[in-house]
Design a protein around this ligand. Structure first.
Ligand SMILES: O=C(O)C1=C[C@@H](OP(=O)(O)O)[C@@H](O)[C@H](O)C1
Ligand SMILES: C=C(OP(=O)(O)O)C(=O)O
Length: 465
Protein backbone atom coordinates (compact mmCIF):
# COMPACT_ATOMS: atom_id res chain seq x y z
CA UNK A 1 0.00 0.00 0.00
CA UNK A 2 1.31 3.48 -0.78
CA UNK A 3 0.53 6.84 0.81
CA UNK A 4 1.51 10.47 0.41
CA UNK A 5 2.86 10.67 3.97
CA UNK A 6 5.97 8.73 4.96
CA UNK A 7 5.50 5.58 6.99
CA UNK A 8 8.10 5.04 9.69
CA UNK A 9 10.57 3.77 8.62
CA UNK A 10 9.63 4.05 4.96
CA UNK A 11 10.43 1.13 2.65
CA UNK A 12 10.50 3.33 -0.44
CA UNK A 13 9.72 6.72 -1.93
CA UNK A 14 8.70 7.64 -5.46
CA UNK A 15 8.95 11.26 -6.53
CA UNK A 16 5.92 12.40 -8.55
CA UNK A 17 6.64 13.47 -12.12
CA UNK A 18 5.60 16.93 -13.30
CA UNK A 19 6.72 20.05 -15.11
CA UNK A 20 9.68 22.37 -14.64
CA UNK A 21 10.83 22.78 -11.03
CA UNK A 22 11.05 26.44 -10.03
CA UNK A 23 11.61 28.04 -6.64
CA UNK A 24 14.13 28.94 -3.96
CA UNK A 25 15.58 26.93 -1.09
CA UNK A 26 18.16 27.23 1.66
CA UNK A 27 19.67 23.80 2.44
CA UNK A 28 20.75 22.96 6.00
CA UNK A 29 24.28 23.72 7.22
CA UNK A 30 27.36 22.16 5.67
CA UNK A 31 28.34 18.80 7.14
CA UNK A 32 32.00 19.44 6.39
CA UNK A 33 32.03 22.87 8.02
CA UNK A 34 29.95 21.79 11.03
CA UNK A 35 32.30 18.91 11.85
CA UNK A 36 35.39 21.05 11.32
CA UNK A 37 34.04 23.81 13.54
CA UNK A 38 33.08 21.29 16.24
CA UNK A 39 36.61 19.85 16.30
CA UNK A 40 38.31 23.26 16.40
CA UNK A 41 35.87 24.58 19.03
CA UNK A 42 36.34 21.48 21.21
CA UNK A 43 40.11 22.00 21.27
CA UNK A 44 39.97 25.80 21.70
CA UNK A 45 40.51 27.78 24.85
CA UNK A 46 37.19 29.39 25.75
CA UNK A 47 33.65 29.07 24.50
CA UNK A 48 32.49 28.99 20.89
CA UNK A 49 29.04 29.52 19.42
CA UNK A 50 28.44 27.84 16.06
CA UNK A 51 25.37 28.97 14.11
CA UNK A 52 23.60 27.43 11.11
CA UNK A 53 24.93 23.97 12.01
CA UNK A 54 23.84 20.75 10.33
CA UNK A 55 21.90 18.44 12.65
CA UNK A 56 22.20 14.95 11.16
CA UNK A 57 23.75 11.57 11.93
CA UNK A 58 27.24 12.65 10.81
CA UNK A 59 27.27 15.65 13.13
CA UNK A 60 25.48 13.82 15.99
CA UNK A 61 28.20 11.15 16.11
CA UNK A 62 30.83 13.91 16.23
CA UNK A 63 28.98 15.66 19.06
CA UNK A 64 28.43 12.39 21.00
CA UNK A 65 32.11 11.50 20.68
CA UNK A 66 33.32 14.90 21.83
CA UNK A 67 30.96 14.75 24.80
CA UNK A 68 32.36 11.33 25.72
CA UNK A 69 35.77 13.00 25.64
CA UNK A 70 34.56 15.47 28.26
CA UNK A 71 33.67 18.45 26.04
CA UNK A 72 30.57 20.37 27.17
CA UNK A 73 28.25 20.96 24.23
CA UNK A 74 24.82 22.58 24.38
CA UNK A 75 22.46 22.50 21.40
CA UNK A 76 19.70 24.97 20.64
CA UNK A 77 18.17 24.25 17.22
CA UNK A 78 20.94 24.81 14.69
CA UNK A 79 23.11 26.74 17.18
CA UNK A 80 25.72 24.83 19.15
CA UNK A 81 27.69 26.15 22.14
CA UNK A 82 30.99 24.40 22.79
CA UNK A 83 33.09 24.85 25.94
CA UNK A 84 36.51 24.07 24.56
CA UNK A 85 39.66 22.79 26.18
CA UNK A 86 43.06 21.92 24.73
CA UNK A 87 42.98 18.87 27.03
CA UNK A 88 39.92 17.12 25.72
CA UNK A 89 40.57 13.67 27.18
CA UNK A 90 39.27 12.64 30.60
CA UNK A 91 40.90 9.63 32.32
CA UNK A 92 38.66 7.01 30.85
CA UNK A 93 36.79 7.47 27.58
CA UNK A 94 33.96 5.15 26.56
CA UNK A 95 34.27 3.55 23.11
CA UNK A 96 33.40 6.07 20.41
CA UNK A 97 30.78 4.97 17.86
CA UNK A 98 31.12 6.91 14.61
CA UNK A 99 28.44 5.20 12.44
CA UNK A 100 29.66 5.83 8.84
CA UNK A 101 30.98 9.37 9.18
CA UNK A 102 34.33 9.60 7.39
CA UNK A 103 34.98 13.14 8.58
CA UNK A 104 34.29 12.19 12.20
CA UNK A 105 36.49 9.11 12.32
CA UNK A 106 39.40 10.71 10.50
CA UNK A 107 39.28 14.09 12.26
CA UNK A 108 38.84 12.52 15.71
CA UNK A 109 41.57 9.92 15.17
CA UNK A 110 44.08 12.68 14.45
CA UNK A 111 42.85 15.04 17.17
CA UNK A 112 42.76 12.41 19.92
CA UNK A 113 46.16 11.08 18.95
CA UNK A 114 47.55 14.61 19.40
CA UNK A 115 45.62 15.25 22.62
CA UNK A 116 46.58 11.97 24.31
CA UNK A 117 44.48 9.33 26.06
CA UNK A 118 43.03 5.91 25.33
CA UNK A 119 40.31 5.46 22.74
CA UNK A 120 38.57 2.97 20.50
CA UNK A 121 36.79 4.37 17.44
CA UNK A 122 34.43 2.09 15.55
CA UNK A 123 31.38 2.32 13.32
CA UNK A 124 28.88 0.44 11.16
CA UNK A 125 30.12 -2.49 9.01
CA UNK A 126 30.78 -0.23 5.99
CA UNK A 127 32.93 2.04 8.14
CA UNK A 128 35.07 -1.02 8.87
CA UNK A 129 35.70 -1.29 5.11
CA UNK A 130 36.67 2.36 4.60
CA UNK A 131 40.44 2.92 4.61
CA UNK A 132 42.25 4.81 7.36
CA UNK A 133 45.67 3.07 7.33
CA UNK A 134 47.51 5.98 5.67
CA UNK A 135 46.38 8.28 8.47
CA UNK A 136 47.11 5.76 11.21
CA UNK A 137 50.60 5.13 9.80
CA UNK A 138 51.32 8.86 9.60
CA UNK A 139 50.29 9.26 13.24
CA UNK A 140 52.16 6.13 14.38
CA UNK A 141 55.40 7.71 13.18
CA UNK A 142 55.06 10.63 15.65
CA UNK A 143 53.01 8.96 18.36
CA UNK A 144 54.23 8.73 21.94
CA UNK A 145 52.40 5.50 22.61
CA UNK A 146 50.62 3.46 19.97
CA UNK A 147 47.93 3.78 17.34
CA UNK A 148 46.73 0.81 15.29
CA UNK A 149 43.86 -0.48 13.20
CA UNK A 150 42.26 -3.33 15.11
CA UNK A 151 42.03 -5.59 12.07
CA UNK A 152 44.64 -6.13 9.32
CA UNK A 153 42.49 -4.54 6.57
CA UNK A 154 43.68 -1.00 7.42
CA UNK A 155 40.19 0.23 8.32
CA UNK A 156 38.48 1.15 11.61
CA UNK A 157 38.13 0.19 14.44
CA UNK A 158 41.13 2.29 15.51
CA UNK A 159 42.82 1.87 18.89
CA UNK A 160 44.76 4.79 20.35
CA UNK A 161 46.97 4.81 23.44
CA UNK A 162 48.63 8.17 23.29
CA UNK A 163 50.83 10.54 25.25
CA UNK A 164 50.74 13.06 22.42
CA UNK A 165 53.14 13.56 19.52
CA UNK A 166 56.92 13.65 19.56
CA UNK A 167 59.12 16.10 17.70
CA UNK A 168 61.38 14.78 15.01
CA UNK A 169 63.36 17.88 14.12
CA UNK A 170 67.10 18.40 14.29
CA UNK A 171 66.46 20.38 17.46
CA UNK A 172 66.22 16.99 19.16
CA UNK A 173 63.55 14.43 19.73
CA UNK A 174 60.74 14.67 22.19
CA UNK A 175 61.74 18.01 23.61
CA UNK A 176 59.27 20.83 24.08
CA UNK A 177 60.12 23.41 21.47
CA UNK A 178 60.83 20.85 18.76
CA UNK A 179 59.07 20.59 15.43
CA UNK A 180 56.80 17.74 14.45
CA UNK A 181 57.01 16.48 10.86
CA UNK A 182 54.39 14.11 9.46
CA UNK A 183 54.05 12.52 6.05
CA UNK A 184 50.74 11.25 4.71
CA UNK A 185 49.43 9.86 1.42
CA UNK A 186 46.73 11.94 -0.25
CA UNK A 187 45.35 9.73 -3.03
CA UNK A 188 42.59 7.96 -1.08
CA UNK A 189 41.09 10.79 0.94
CA UNK A 190 41.84 14.43 1.72
CA UNK A 191 40.30 13.87 5.16
CA UNK A 192 43.62 12.43 6.40
CA UNK A 193 45.42 15.68 5.69
CA UNK A 194 42.53 17.77 7.06
CA UNK A 195 42.55 15.70 10.25
CA UNK A 196 46.29 16.17 10.75
CA UNK A 197 46.02 19.90 10.06
CA UNK A 198 43.25 20.38 12.62
CA UNK A 199 45.12 18.30 15.23
CA UNK A 200 48.35 20.29 14.83
CA UNK A 201 47.45 23.25 17.13
CA UNK A 202 47.01 20.74 19.97
CA UNK A 203 50.63 19.63 19.52
CA UNK A 204 51.60 23.31 19.60
CA UNK A 205 49.66 23.79 22.86
CA UNK A 206 51.64 20.81 24.15
CA UNK A 207 54.93 22.64 23.62
CA UNK A 208 56.01 22.00 20.03
CA UNK A 209 56.89 25.08 17.98
CA UNK A 210 55.39 23.97 14.66
CA UNK A 211 53.92 21.05 12.78
CA UNK A 212 54.80 20.32 9.15
CA UNK A 213 52.67 17.93 7.14
CA UNK A 214 53.90 16.64 3.80
CA UNK A 215 51.49 15.03 1.35
CA UNK A 216 53.13 12.18 -0.55
CA UNK A 217 51.88 11.80 -4.13
CA UNK A 218 48.55 13.00 -5.45
CA UNK A 219 46.08 14.87 -3.23
CA UNK A 220 42.39 14.28 -4.00
CA UNK A 221 39.45 16.53 -3.12
CA UNK A 222 41.75 19.57 -2.79
CA UNK A 223 39.10 22.24 -1.99
CA UNK A 224 38.35 20.53 1.35
CA UNK A 225 41.93 21.23 2.45
CA UNK A 226 41.52 24.95 1.82
CA UNK A 227 38.24 24.77 3.75
CA UNK A 228 40.10 23.18 6.66
CA UNK A 229 42.71 25.95 6.67
CA UNK A 230 40.06 28.69 6.54
CA UNK A 231 38.12 27.16 9.41
CA UNK A 232 41.28 26.79 11.49
CA UNK A 233 42.19 30.45 10.90
CA UNK A 234 38.76 31.51 12.14
CA UNK A 235 39.65 29.78 15.42
CA UNK A 236 43.00 31.60 15.67
CA UNK A 237 45.38 29.05 14.14
CA UNK A 238 48.28 30.02 11.89
CA UNK A 239 48.57 27.81 8.83
CA UNK A 240 50.26 27.98 5.44
CA UNK A 241 49.70 25.66 2.50
CA UNK A 242 52.44 25.37 -0.13
CA UNK A 243 51.69 23.51 -3.35
CA UNK A 244 55.01 22.14 -4.59
CA UNK A 245 56.13 22.79 -8.15
CA UNK A 246 56.68 19.92 -10.58
CA UNK A 247 60.45 19.79 -9.94
CA UNK A 248 59.94 19.45 -6.21
CA UNK A 249 57.27 16.81 -6.73
CA UNK A 250 59.54 14.77 -8.97
CA UNK A 251 62.43 15.12 -6.53
CA UNK A 252 60.82 14.06 -3.25
CA UNK A 253 57.25 12.98 -4.17
CA UNK A 254 55.79 15.72 -1.95
CA UNK A 255 52.86 17.48 -3.65
CA UNK A 256 51.75 19.78 -0.82
CA UNK A 257 53.50 20.98 2.33
CA UNK A 258 51.42 22.43 5.16
CA UNK A 259 52.95 24.30 8.09
CA UNK A 260 50.99 25.00 11.26
CA UNK A 261 52.62 27.39 13.73
CA UNK A 262 51.53 30.24 16.01
CA UNK A 263 49.33 29.34 18.94
CA UNK A 264 46.46 27.01 19.73
CA UNK A 265 42.78 27.56 18.96
CA UNK A 266 40.68 30.32 20.56
CA UNK A 267 36.92 30.08 21.04
CA UNK A 268 34.89 32.21 18.64
CA UNK A 269 31.47 32.80 17.10
CA UNK A 270 31.28 30.97 13.80
CA UNK A 271 28.56 30.91 11.11
CA UNK A 272 28.24 27.75 8.98
CA UNK A 273 27.38 28.00 5.25
CA UNK A 274 24.47 25.96 3.84
CA UNK A 275 25.63 22.60 2.47
CA UNK A 276 26.76 22.88 -1.15
CA UNK A 277 26.67 19.13 -1.83
CA UNK A 278 23.03 19.12 -0.69
CA UNK A 279 22.41 22.15 -2.90
CA UNK A 280 23.51 20.13 -5.93
CA UNK A 281 20.24 18.13 -5.84
CA UNK A 282 18.13 21.26 -6.13
CA UNK A 283 20.22 22.76 -8.93
CA UNK A 284 19.98 19.39 -10.66
CA UNK A 285 16.17 19.47 -10.31
CA UNK A 286 16.17 22.65 -12.41
CA UNK A 287 18.65 21.18 -14.91
CA UNK A 288 16.64 17.97 -15.41
CA UNK A 289 13.22 19.63 -15.77
CA UNK A 290 14.22 22.87 -17.51
CA UNK A 291 13.11 24.91 -14.48
CA UNK A 292 14.81 27.58 -12.37
CA UNK A 293 16.11 26.96 -8.84
CA UNK A 294 17.83 29.48 -6.57
CA UNK A 295 19.88 28.21 -3.65
CA UNK A 296 20.16 30.83 -0.92
CA UNK A 297 23.17 31.36 1.33
CA UNK A 298 25.81 30.23 -1.17
CA UNK A 299 27.97 32.14 -3.66
CA UNK A 300 30.82 31.12 -5.98
CA UNK A 301 33.18 32.35 -3.21
CA UNK A 302 31.81 29.85 -0.68
CA UNK A 303 34.34 27.77 1.23
CA UNK A 304 32.83 24.58 -0.21
CA UNK A 305 34.27 23.50 -3.53
CA UNK A 306 30.98 21.80 -4.43
CA UNK A 307 29.50 25.14 -5.49
CA UNK A 308 31.59 24.37 -8.61
CA UNK A 309 28.79 21.98 -9.59
CA UNK A 310 27.03 25.01 -11.10
CA UNK A 311 29.93 25.49 -13.54
CA UNK A 312 29.52 21.88 -14.65
CA UNK A 313 25.79 22.38 -15.24
CA UNK A 314 26.61 25.53 -17.19
CA UNK A 315 28.92 23.48 -19.44
CA UNK A 316 25.95 21.18 -20.05
CA UNK A 317 23.84 24.09 -21.27
CA UNK A 318 22.17 25.53 -18.15
CA UNK A 319 22.25 29.23 -17.39
CA UNK A 320 24.10 29.98 -14.15
CA UNK A 321 23.71 33.31 -12.34
CA UNK A 322 24.47 34.50 -8.84
CA UNK A 323 24.17 37.51 -6.57
CA UNK A 324 25.74 38.34 -3.20
CA UNK A 325 23.80 35.61 -1.37
CA UNK A 326 22.45 33.07 -3.85
CA UNK A 327 23.23 30.90 -6.86
CA UNK A 328 20.65 30.09 -9.56
CA UNK A 329 20.49 27.40 -12.23
CA UNK A 330 17.99 27.84 -15.04
CA UNK A 331 17.14 25.73 -18.07
CA UNK A 332 17.89 22.24 -19.21
CA UNK A 333 21.29 20.52 -19.11
CA UNK A 334 20.96 19.71 -22.80
CA UNK A 335 24.31 18.15 -23.71
CA UNK A 336 26.59 15.49 -22.26
CA UNK A 337 30.14 16.49 -21.29
CA UNK A 338 33.58 15.14 -20.44
CA UNK A 339 34.45 16.35 -16.96
CA UNK A 340 37.12 15.90 -14.27
CA UNK A 341 35.26 15.79 -10.93
CA UNK A 342 38.19 15.09 -8.60
CA UNK A 343 37.61 18.34 -6.72
CA UNK A 344 33.82 17.93 -6.43
CA UNK A 345 33.43 14.18 -6.08
CA UNK A 346 30.36 14.29 -3.80
CA UNK A 347 28.39 15.63 -6.76
CA UNK A 348 29.25 12.79 -9.17
CA UNK A 349 26.02 10.92 -8.43
CA UNK A 350 23.99 14.10 -8.94
CA UNK A 351 25.66 14.71 -12.28
CA UNK A 352 25.15 11.10 -13.33
CA UNK A 353 21.38 11.50 -12.95
CA UNK A 354 21.39 14.81 -14.83
CA UNK A 355 23.35 13.03 -17.60
CA UNK A 356 20.43 10.59 -18.08
CA UNK A 357 18.39 13.45 -19.55
CA UNK A 358 21.08 15.06 -21.74
CA UNK A 359 21.89 14.48 -25.42
CA UNK A 360 24.96 12.28 -25.89
CA UNK A 361 27.28 10.58 -23.43
CA UNK A 362 28.83 12.08 -20.30
CA UNK A 363 32.30 10.97 -19.19
CA UNK A 364 33.23 11.54 -15.51
CA UNK A 365 36.97 11.34 -14.83
CA UNK A 366 39.49 11.26 -11.99
CA UNK A 367 37.25 10.10 -9.15
CA UNK A 368 38.76 6.70 -8.30
CA UNK A 369 38.55 7.77 -4.63
CA UNK A 370 34.74 7.57 -4.93
CA UNK A 371 35.02 3.81 -4.51
CA UNK A 372 35.96 4.27 -0.82
CA UNK A 373 32.95 6.27 0.31
CA UNK A 374 29.59 5.19 1.79
CA UNK A 375 29.51 2.62 -0.99
CA UNK A 376 31.45 2.07 -4.22
CA UNK A 377 30.16 5.21 -5.91
CA UNK A 378 31.41 4.08 -9.32
CA UNK A 379 30.43 0.40 -9.48
CA UNK A 380 27.17 0.63 -7.51
CA UNK A 381 26.19 3.85 -9.25
CA UNK A 382 26.71 2.20 -12.66
CA UNK A 383 24.53 -0.71 -11.58
CA UNK A 384 21.58 1.54 -10.64
CA UNK A 385 21.91 3.76 -13.73
CA UNK A 386 21.68 0.64 -15.91
CA UNK A 387 18.38 -0.27 -14.22
CA UNK A 388 17.09 3.10 -15.49
CA UNK A 389 18.02 2.09 -19.04
CA UNK A 390 21.37 3.90 -19.42
CA UNK A 391 24.36 2.28 -21.06
CA UNK A 392 27.21 2.69 -18.60
CA UNK A 393 30.91 1.95 -19.07
CA UNK A 394 32.66 1.65 -15.76
CA UNK A 395 36.27 2.88 -15.72
CA UNK A 396 38.83 2.56 -12.98
CA UNK A 397 38.58 6.35 -12.41
CA UNK A 398 34.92 7.06 -13.26
CA UNK A 399 32.18 6.28 -15.75
CA UNK A 400 30.77 7.00 -19.19
CA UNK A 401 26.99 7.32 -19.19
CA UNK A 402 25.04 7.08 -22.43
CA UNK A 403 21.48 8.20 -21.73
CA UNK A 404 18.56 5.91 -22.61
CA UNK A 405 16.79 6.97 -25.79
CA UNK A 406 13.26 7.99 -24.85
CA UNK A 407 14.27 8.80 -21.25
CA UNK A 408 14.80 6.62 -18.17
CA UNK A 409 12.55 3.62 -17.64
CA UNK A 410 10.71 2.86 -14.39
CA UNK A 411 12.82 0.95 -11.88
CA UNK A 412 13.20 0.07 -8.21
CA UNK A 413 16.61 1.32 -7.10
CA UNK A 414 18.92 0.19 -4.29
CA UNK A 415 20.62 2.89 -2.23
CA UNK A 416 23.39 0.88 -0.46
CA UNK A 417 22.97 2.86 2.82
CA UNK A 418 24.33 5.82 0.86
CA UNK A 419 22.47 9.10 1.40
CA UNK A 420 23.80 10.52 -1.88
CA UNK A 421 22.56 7.50 -3.82
CA UNK A 422 19.04 8.10 -2.43
CA UNK A 423 19.00 11.86 -2.96
CA UNK A 424 20.48 11.84 -6.46
CA UNK A 425 18.61 8.85 -7.92
CA UNK A 426 15.28 10.17 -6.64
CA UNK A 427 15.66 13.13 -9.02
CA UNK A 428 15.18 10.83 -12.02
CA UNK A 429 11.57 10.57 -10.80
CA UNK A 430 10.98 14.25 -11.58
CA UNK A 431 10.70 13.36 -15.27
CA UNK A 432 10.43 9.54 -15.40
CA UNK A 433 7.44 7.55 -14.12
CA UNK A 434 7.85 4.91 -11.43
CA UNK A 435 11.38 5.55 -10.14
CA UNK A 436 11.14 3.95 -6.71
CA UNK A 437 13.94 4.59 -4.20
CA UNK A 438 14.50 1.97 -1.50
CA UNK A 439 15.49 2.88 2.08
CA UNK A 440 15.02 6.64 1.66
CA UNK A 441 15.67 7.11 5.41
CA UNK A 442 19.40 6.69 4.72
CA UNK A 443 19.45 10.44 4.02
CA UNK A 444 19.65 10.92 7.82
CA UNK A 445 23.42 10.80 7.39
CA UNK A 446 23.56 14.38 6.15
CA UNK A 447 20.04 15.52 5.31
CA UNK A 448 17.19 14.07 7.40
CA UNK A 449 14.62 16.45 5.87
CA UNK A 450 15.68 16.01 2.25
CA UNK A 451 12.48 14.48 0.90
CA UNK A 452 10.31 16.99 2.77
CA UNK A 453 12.33 19.90 1.35
CA UNK A 454 12.22 18.43 -2.16
CA UNK A 455 8.45 18.01 -1.87
CA UNK A 456 8.06 21.66 -0.87
CA UNK A 457 10.22 22.84 -3.74
CA UNK A 458 8.45 20.81 -6.43
CA UNK A 459 4.99 21.44 -4.96
CA UNK A 460 3.60 17.90 -5.25
CA UNK A 461 3.62 14.99 -2.79
CA UNK A 462 5.85 11.94 -3.08
CA UNK A 463 4.45 8.41 -2.88
CA UNK A 464 5.69 6.42 0.15
CA UNK A 465 5.48 2.74 1.02
O1 LIG B 1 36.73 16.83 4.35
C1 LIG B 1 35.52 16.71 4.12
O2 LIG B 1 34.66 17.31 4.76
C2 LIG B 1 35.09 15.81 3.03
C3 LIG B 1 35.98 15.39 2.07
C4 LIG B 1 35.59 14.52 0.95
O3 LIG B 1 36.14 13.24 1.17
P1 LIG B 1 37.49 12.71 0.43
O4 LIG B 1 38.60 13.63 0.75
O5 LIG B 1 37.63 11.35 1.02
O6 LIG B 1 37.19 12.71 -1.04
C5 LIG B 1 34.09 14.40 0.80
O7 LIG B 1 33.76 13.30 -0.02
C6 LIG B 1 33.40 14.23 2.12
O8 LIG B 1 32.00 14.15 1.98
C7 LIG B 1 33.68 15.40 3.02
C1 LIG C 1 31.74 10.85 1.51
C2 LIG C 1 30.89 11.44 2.34
O1 LIG C 1 31.01 11.49 3.67
P1 LIG C 1 32.11 11.02 4.72
O2 LIG C 1 33.36 10.69 3.98
O3 LIG C 1 32.28 12.19 5.64
O4 LIG C 1 31.52 9.84 5.41
C3 LIG C 1 29.70 12.15 1.83
O5 LIG C 1 29.04 12.84 2.62
O6 LIG C 1 29.39 12.03 0.65
Amino acid sequence: MSSTTPVDPPVSVTVTTGGPVSGAIRPPGSKSLTNRALICAAMASGTSTLTGCLRSEDTEVMIDSLRKCGVRIEIDGDSIRVDGSDRIAPDKVEPLFIANSGTSVRFLTAALSAAGGQYRLSGVPRMHERPIADLVNALAAVQNGSIICESPNGCPPVLIQSDGWQGTSSVGCDTPGSQVVLQVAGNVSSQYLSGLMMAAPVAIENGHTSVTIEVLGELVSRPYVEMTAQTMRSFGATIDIHDQDDDARDRDNVSVRVIVSGEGYRGTTYAIEPDASAASYFWAAAAITGGKVTVQGLTPDAMQGDVGFCDVLQQMGCTFTHDEDSMTIEGRAANGIDVDMNKISDTVQTLAVVALFAQGPTRVRNVAHNRFKETDRIGDLACELRKLGAEVDEHEDGLTITPPSGGPSSATLETYHDHRMAMSLSLAGLCAEGVEILDPACTVKTYPEFFKDLEELIGRPHRWT
